[in-house]
Design a protein around this ligand. Structure first.
Ligand SMILES: Nc1ncnc2c1ncn2[C@@H]1O[C@H](COP(=O)(O)OP(=O)(O)O)[C@@H](O)[C@H]1O
Ligand SMILES: [Mg+2]
Length: 863
């Protein structure tokens, strides 16, 4: 033992050596203390005072501490920092002169916390694990607070990363550091990566899962015992059990989910459509904020899930839509449902906490109050006509026996903890009542004793008091000290008074203490019994929570539809997307009622599969094409949509890409990233996909950009994906000449003199002008600059006219009304088109693409 060491510090070091990657909260009486490097780190993060033990010695020991009763707040802050916290408790009663035994009872990590302090009610807090093998990546995720446990298998790293970015787990357990571990600054997702190779080597991948759930096959999960999915689940489960120890809450059996049963939306698309995060500011408007009128945390989380995984099965979508329509038509029904929902707490997380020994009395009462509401919902549900609502209503259980037991056992407004007693109701247990009576008797005796002693001694200021260290005492001020009777025994001396006890007082004190100890022991015991009883139906309560969430989201869809004037979409398996009077759900809210110009968009999988939308900056192109994607997405979630009429032929994937200059935040060369993203679409889209391209090709010079845009457009046209392509290269309008599925549209502007007015109206045909100078004028660019800009423009335009002439085709015409013809075979432009069509885009690397473009450009220039 070194000079500065003590047996306690030795004990600390030995425990810490087993939890070297966690901050160790070492329980010392009423505090959790941290020592050495933990103290340095934690004091800094938590802003608490750092001091030292053995300050004067050669090697002082830095330490800091937090009170145990407010520890949760501090723990949650450390977790936010991506740290783990090991809670080390005293596991036996202290005896003087002997070192108390201590043990780590739980390790808290960002992905496995249960406390309210660390959890946002409307989002799931996932922990994920990823295993990989020759078949691809297997990604398991669990929300330990709600019990959700699921796994999916994905072929590529891109897909696995995309899924991770969708779930945004706060912790990822992985065998080795790999490409999945790169931080993603664009969506501020910065999870803790826990590297644990040992968890991923197992000769029986599924054994941990089977053992935990006591089953002999994983057939019910949808994957088999030897699969990579089983390994991912087992690794995750083992890690959770290792950190939770005795506090492992009950979780559901893992289920396999597949990407094919829902609309695939990759990360760029989610970002560009601003589904859950705004691109402009941290708390800017998003789709989820616009449509989230859910009333319960479970509902909020389910809405998010429905948005992350829109449906592709028509009957499932229809059954949600039927329910929303039913609710919209019956406002009394909706009001009754929503009134009950308002009183429902986070049942999923409550039952999660109740299934562990750290459960608190108020978890029980909150659960009871919520379950009482669910039995009301059960009574209301038969008033609904839609099968989804009726079915959910039938399956909901009121849990009368559970609520009855809680109501009979626990006071309606119990104290926050069991520490002081007063949690268990009178009449619940005769022994408890008796000990309470005895304690009261003791207390009564003591107050009588005070009066009696005052009279006996003649000291009117004599007081009987209590403190935790010395117990009961009689206090006499120093001025009265000579009146103290001889049988008083001195206990404690204060500056102005003395404290005594008497044999009688000690006797009663002992009686009260015994009664109190017994009382607390019984209260704990009864609470624990109730806790186990309620936990035994945890799975059923979770199922009930899920049904409540369904009611919540469906009634939220109804509330949003009514508030914002949405309609029911017609869903079918055809190729049409036909939207009448469509609006952008988020922008229309910002603009305010009436200020948003509605538009019709009609596409199909034939003649109108590729809509090329031209128009100057600020015309409203970006808004329009996004609103189509959002409308389709909402429809496939089962929500009503912002328009007067919509026909949506099911989509399998939605892609959205934005030209590089709108995307400068990324580190990659802008043009490069644009090409990488575009190549991804080209490789992955199908005729059933919806592709939204906004100013693709803008990240490079005009000619390169236009050529790329042209080639991409032709390819998408060939695949047959329904596409909306917004561009200010109005020259692209010529695409329609050789591609029968391409239709030109523009967002209209009206010119009056030098001024332009944005009409925000989509009209057929391409626009003939980019109105750059007019937009600049609107933006307040000084007149002198505009004058020279006009001069430069007019000379450039005459140059362009000459060039067009040179190219020998009307292809590059600037006049929208002219009917373009097929490219003349021998013109430069015709040759260019031919060369372009020969390019095998599918097998082109971005570098090759750039090279090819350079060559094409040179050819064009030399011809
Ligand atoms: N249909 C519309 N009705 C009202 N305002 C609109 C409409 N479409 C777009 N806007 C507004 O006009 C501005 C420009 O729209 P945007 O879609 O970015 O144009 P573009 O992509 O053509 O440059 C934005 O502020 C947007 O909110
Ligand atoms: Mg735009």
């Amino acid at each position: 033992m070194s000079e500065s060491s003590t047996p306690m510090l030795e004990q600390y070091k030995s425990i810490k050596s087993r939890y070297h990657d966690s901050i160790l909260f070492f329980r010392l009486g009423d505090f959790y203390e941290m020592f050495f490097e933990d103290a340095l780190a934690a004091s800094e993060i938590l802003g608490i005072t750092l001091t030292a033990r053995n300050k004067k010695s050669a090697s002082p020991v830095p330490f800091c501490g937090v009170p145990f009763h407010s520890a949760e707040r501090y723990v949650s802050k450390l977790l936010e920092f991506g740290l783990k916290v090991a809670i080390c408790e005293q596991v036996e009663e202290g005896q003087s002169g002997k070192l108390v035994e201590r043990r780590v009872v739980k390790v808290l990590t960002p992905g496995t916390v249960l406390g309210d302090e660390s959890l946002d009610s409307k989002t799931n807090n996932y922990i994920a694990s990823v295993s990989s093998d020759s078949s691809g990546y297997h990604l398991a995720h669990c929300d330990i607070s709600t019990g959700d446990f699921a796994v999916c298998s994905l072929k590529t790293e891109v897909a696995a990363r995309s899924e991770l970015l969708k779930l945004m787990p706060s912790e990822v357990v992985i065998a080795v550091e790999n490409g999945l571990c790169a931080a993603e600054s664009a969506v501020s997702w910065n999870p803790l990566f826990t590297i644990r190779q040992d968890l991923f080597v197992s000769s029986e991948p599924g054994s941990a899962v089977m053992k935990h759930f006591g089953i002999s096959s994983l057939a019910a999960c949808g994957f088999d015992e030897t699969s990579g999915a089983a390994l991912a689940c087992s690794a995750l489960l083992e890690y959770m059990r290792e950190t939770q120890m005795d506090y492992m809450p009950s979780i559901k059996l893992p289920v396999l989910y597949g990407a094919s049963s829902c609309v695939q939306i990759d990360e760029s698309t989610r970002k560009n459509l601003e589904l859950v995060k705004s691109m402009t500011s941290e708390d800017g408007p998003t789709l989820i904020k616009t449509i989230d009128l859910t009333l319960t945390p479970m509902g909020g989380r389910l809405l998010r899930k429905w948005m992350d995984y829109p449906l592709t099965q028509i009957d499932e979508i229809e059954s949600r839509l039927d329910a929303v329509e039913n609710l919209c038509a019956d406002s009394d029904l909706t009001d009754s449902i929503r009134t009950e929902l308002k009183g429902v707490n986070d049942i999923e997380r409550l039952i999660g906490r109740i299934s562990t020994p750290s459960s608190k009395p108020r978890d029980m009462t909150a659960l009871k109050d919520s379950l009482l509401r669910t039995s009301e919902l059960k009574k209301i549900a038969p008033r609904a006509a839609a099968p989804l609502l009726r079915g959910a209503g039938e399956k909901i259980d009121g849990f009368d026996s559970v609520t009855g037991r809680i109501a009979a056992t626990i006071y309606d407004e119990p104290p926050a903890t069991l520490a002081e007693g007063g949690v268990i109701k009178e009449g619940c247990d005769p022994d408890l009542d008796e000990f309470r009576r005895l304690r009261q008797e003791g207390r009564n005796w003591i107050s009588g004793f005070e009066q009696q002693q005052r009279e006996k001694t003649g000291i009117s200021s004599l007081k009987v008091g209590y403190n935790r260290v010395f117990g009961y005492y009689v206090e006499v001020t120093k001025t009265n000290i000579d009146k103290v009777p001889p049988q008083y025994v001195r206990k404690q001396t204060l500056s102005s008074s003395e404290r005594f006890t008497t044999p009688e007082l000690s006797e009663w004190e002992e009686k009260i203490k015994i009664a109190e100890d017994e009382m607390l022991r019984l209260e704990r015991e009864i609470f624990e019994g109730l806790r186990r009883e309620v936990s035994s139906v945890a799975d059923k309560i979770r199922e009930c929570a899920r049904l409540i969430a369904v009611f919540d989201v469906l009634s939220c869809f109804c509330a949003v539809a009514v508030r914002n004037g949405y309609t029911r979409p017609v869903i079918n398996g055809g190729g049409e997307i036909d939207i009448t009077d469509g609006r952008h759900p988020v922008v229309e809210q910002i603009r305010g009622a009436g200020a948003f110009v509605a538009n019709n968009v009609k596409m199909d999988d034939g003649e109108n599969r590729f809509l090329l939308i031209t128009g100057p900056n600020m015309a409203g192109k970006s808004t329009l094409i996004r609103q189509v994607a959002l409308t389709v997405l909402m429809a496939q979630m089962g929500s009503f949509v912002p328009c007067s009429k919509a026909v949506v032929g099911i989509t399998d994937k939605i892609f959205t890409r934005v030209g590089a200059s709108d995307n400068l935040a990324k580190g990659l060369s802008t043009f490069m990233s644009e090409m990488v993203e575009t190549a991804y679409i080209i490789r992955n889209c199908t005729p059933r996909s919806l592709v939204i391209l906004d100013e693709i090709g803008r990240g490079t010079g005009t000619f390169d950009g236009m050529s790329i845009a042209w080639a991409v457009a032709e390819h998408l046209h060939q695949v047959g994906a329904r596409s909306l392509f917004a561009t200010h290269y109005h020259e692209l309008a010529n695409l329609s000449a050789s591609n029968p599925g391409v239709k030109n549209y523009n967002v209209a502007v009206k010119k009056s003199g030098e001024e332009i007015v944005f009409l925000k109206k989509l009209v057929p045909g391409s626009s003939s002008h980019s109105y750059g100078i007019q937009v600049a004028a609107l933006a307040g660019v000084p007149e002198s600059v505009l004058v020279s800009a006009r001069k430069i423009l007019s000379s450039l335009e005459s140059m362009r006219a000459k060039m067009t002439e040179l190219m020998g085709a009307e292809q590059m015409t600037l006049f929208p009304d002219a009917e373009p013809e097929q490219p003349a075979e021998n013109s430069s432009f015709g040759k260019l088109a031919e060369d372009l069509s020969r390019i095998d885009t599918m097998n082109l690397t971005p570098a090759e693409a750039i090279k090819t473009i350079e060559e094409l450009k040179k050819k064009l220039e030399t011809d």
